[in-house]
Design a protein around this ligand. Structure first.
Ligand code: GLY
Length: 410
């Protein structure tokens, strides 16, 4: 089978790694460190630009990693040329690319979620805020590279952030509308399911460490690490499955949304019960990096089956995995590119390896080329063993890269 992975982060490297075990894998744009052939087409501004080379390479399956390409309808374009695609349609991708679309979907389905108002201006925001007490949650409607959610401790902060969205227009069109939401207190959980739009199968639960520093302190990031699987107990799981997962799939079918891929449901366990915080129409990054090593089956065939509208039963290996993200010291606010990574990046074994998230090859060696630079992955018989293996990879790492020391501790 010839497979193609769209994307260039640690998540896509993790997908490439499992696909290349049983397929001839290409990537676009990918990275040098992925160690597979990248499509050569240059000047790609739309999905169609890739089609001639995809035909020439006889691609059987395309896996689209990032939300941006899904929201631009790349899956629809590739399907229209008869490629099998793992990734939902543009219409279904609005579950992630429009927070208002997702809330209206949840409302129709009766899925528990925070109370909200759609707001379109600073005045509107301040007026509707009278229905809630602080802290206030303000979310830009569209995709904002993970930067569109503001937790505002008081009215002054709400005003500042509403000004940024509506008056400074820092998110452009993505911030023409926003959601003002009631703040939710509780423990967050990420659920990943594979679906063909009518039925689903469940992937292991993963825990993501979103804050920059140990103990959940500091700025929000895309994720500084993850562990899997996570055990939430059968009672909580039954609640999640009955009230969230099944209801979501039923509504996808009812709304006739074309969905073949992975759905990531962001949940929070509150004193009032489980609520959906968000839907994402792709794998989480770095959750993907800890979920895929737990699959005990041919991943290329699995993704192909889902792309064809078939759901196979999943097989897992009963192992644990841990991912520690190495970031550039300026991440997430101001990461700098270009510095040489003065360490060997070839310490691979099947249970301890590095994934490339933001690196670029140069004559002298790999250089930093993004905020999240590398992922150290450990796999083991216990969570502790997985964790030790991931951290052992970092023993001799250069101090100019940063990582949290407490991934997998709790
Ligand atoms: N790790 C969070 C995300 O991928 O959105």
């Amino acid at each position: 089978m010839n497979t193609l992975v769209i994307g260039k982060g640690g998540r896509e490297h993790a997908i490439v790694q499992v696909l290349k075990k049983s397929s001839n894998c290409y990537c676009f744009p990918g990275r040098d460190g992925f160690d597979v052939q990248s499509l050569q087409t240059s000047h790609v501004s739309k999905a169609e630009d890739l089609v001639p080379e995809m035909k020439e390479k006889k691609i059987d399956l395309v896996v689209i990693g990032p939300e941006a390409e899904l929201s631009q309808g790349w899956s629809d374009v590739f399907r229209s040329y008869n490629f099998s695609v793992f990734g939902p349609s543009q219409q279904a991708s609005q579950l992630e690319s429009s927070k208002i679309f997702a809330k209206e979907f949840m409302k129709r389905a009766g899925i528990p979620t925070a109370k909200y108002f759609v707001v379109q201006s600073l005045q509107d925001t301040l007026l509707q805020a009278k229905h809630f007490s602080p802290p206030y949650v303000l979310k830009a409607d569209g995709l904002a590279g993970g930067k569109g959610v503001f937790i505002c401790p008081d009215e002054r902060s709400l005003k500042e952030n509403a000004q940024k969205i509506f008056e400074d227009q820092i998110f452009g069109k993505a911030g023409e509308k926003a959601l003002l939401e009631e703040f939710q207190e509780g423990t967050e959980l990420s659920v990943f399911i594979l679906t063909e739009g009518k039925d689903y199968c469940v992937l292991p639960l993963a825990q993501d460490y979103k804050k920059l520093h140990e103990g959940g302190k500091g700025l929000n990031t895309g994720g500084m690490g993850a562990v899997a699987p996570l055990n939430v107990g059968s009672e909580v799981w039954e609640d999640i499955e009955k009230n969230i997962v099944k209801t979501t799939i039923k509504q996808i079918e009812k709304d006739d949304l074309f969905y073949r891929g992975v759905l990531y449901i962001g949940l929070i366990q509150t004193a009032q019960g489980l609520k959906v915080l968000e839907y994402n129409v792709r794998f989480g990054d770095p959750e993907c990096q800890v979920i895929l090593p737990l699959l005990d089956m041919d991943a290329a065939q699995l993704f192909y089956d889902v792309a064809q509208g078939n759901l196979p039963s999943l097989k897992f290996n009963n192992l644990f995995s841990c991912c520690v993200v190495l970031s550039e010291r300026g991440y997430p606010e101001n990461p700098k590119k270009g510095e040489l990574i003065s360490s060997s990046l070839t310490k691979d074994s099947p249970t301890a390896y590095l994934l490339h998230a933001g690196t670029k090859k140069s004559k002298e060696g790999y250089r930093v080329d993004g905020g999240r630079v590398l992922n150290a992955i450990g796999v083991g018989l216990t969570k502790e063993q997985a964790r030790k293996r991931a951290y052992a990879l970092l023993d001799s790492f250069p101090h100019h890269l940063y990582f949290r020391k407490d991934i997998g501790d709790s």
